[in-house]
Design a protein around this ligand. Structure first.
Ligand SMILES: [Zn+2]
Ligand SMILES: [Zn+2]
Ligand SMILES: [Zn+2]
Length: 352
């Protein structure tokens, strides 16, 4: 992975980063002792510290100016006296992708961004209800960083002894990550069995926060009276809460993203609560249109072939067209193409 001729990496920052990661693993590994909200807090703080140190180490190895927030302020003097504002994590990720050519997926980039947000929130407000969601996200970043060290940092270390030490450290981290992941799997299995027993799999959908099929519609958060929570879904895995409006905005792939319109009208209750492409636990392979008010999926509703508006099954033409598009097609068959465009009259974009 290391481009030929790239400058050598400094060992101290790499060791420093790995030391932070060892602390993260110790805090998140349930096989050592249970994971408390305090554990999650320190895991996040140290994970963010590791992110900053390790990403910067790679940038520095590419060229020392890349760790400056503003490259125009980069001078050897400021570098040597560490007297400068350094690059943000977000900008570091962009530089690693665009300049150094490090493969970082959109998902990993999102997880890194979310982690800095989690860290900031924690520092200012402490935990509210979402320690588990934070823990789940931290595990994603931990996984990324271990791979990042392996592929981007080890080979750049000058000294064979330093390389050996780093590899040994990474091996331990991977073991710890394995424990964390197997506990996560066990937990999800237990939750899956509960959801089945309770008979709520057909109103349990994929959670936008943790991606697990564990977000139960019409579920009050643990320890609260159920009456006031008709509109709320709670994730059994990460404890995140989502209300109907947030869910419709999130699962809106056939509408105009984020914007809730008549296209989101539910065929059953008529409220604008219909989301699309929703993976439901009872049949996750086939995402469906789903009303978050009725807490019910509509497997026969499909997007109109021509305009994407949701329609209930194929119409008289045999294909799924909505009423409007069917009328349009009938007109077109009778009269020939009826579509007029401004260009027909000699307008151009410039004339507006
Ligand atoms: Zn969740
Ligand atoms: Zn409905
Ligand atoms: Zn249509």
């Amino acid at each position: 992975m290391k481009p030929s001729g790239a400058p050598q990496l400094d060992f101290p920052p790499v060791r420093n980063g790995l030391d932070y990661l060892a602390s993260v693993v110790a805090h998140l590994d349930e096989s050592q002792s249970g994971v408390t909200p305090r554990d999650v807090k320190y895991a996040v703080l140290h994970l963010q510290a590791a992110v900053e140190v390790l990403l910067k180490a790679r940038l520095f190895a590419e060229h020392w100016t890349l760790v400056f927030a503003d490259l125009n302020h980069a001078t050897p003097n400021r570098r040597d006296s560490a007297d400068f504002k350094s690059v943000t994590t977000e900008a570091a990720v962009t530089r690693l992708r665009n300049i150094v050519g490090v493969p970082i997926s959109d998902e990993e980039q999102k997880a890194l961004k979310k982690l800095s947000e989690d860290r900031n929130k924690l520092q200012h407000f402490g935990f509210t209800h979402d320690a588990h969601a934070v823990e789940v996200r931290a595990a994603v970043v931990l996984d990324f960083l271990i791979r990042f060290c392996d592929e981007q940092l080890v080979a750049g270390l000058a000294d064979a002894e330093e390389q050996r030490e780093t590899k040994a450290g990474l091996r331990l981290l991977r073991e710890g990550l394995g424990n964390i992941e197997s506990f996560a799997r066990e937990r999800m299995n237990r939750i899956g069995a509960e959801l089945k027993d309770e008979g709520v799999e057909n109103r349990t959908i994929k959670c936008p926060s943790c991606d697990k099929l564990a977000l139960v519609l019409r579920q009050s958060p643990a320890g609260t009276a159920p009456d006031d929570w008709a509109d709320v879904a709670t994730c059994r895995y990460c404890s995140e809460l989502w209300d109907t409006e947030e869910l419709v905005g999130y699962f809106n792939e056939h509408g105009r993203p984020e914007e809730i319109t008549e296209w989101n009208a539910c065929p059953q209750c008529d409220s604008w609560s219909l989301g699309s492409g929703v993976p439901v636990r009872s049949n996750p392979e086939k995402p469906v249109f789903f009303c978050f008010s009725c807490a019910i999926g509509f497997p026969t509703v499909v997007p109109c072939v021509r305009c994407d508006r949701p329609v209930d099954g194929p119409g008289v033409t045999g294909a799924a067209y909505c009423g409007l598009c069917e009328m349009y097609l009938e007109d077109e068959q009778r009269d020939g193409p009826s579509h007029e465009s401004p260009e027909d009259y000699g307008y151009t974009e410039e004339w507006g």
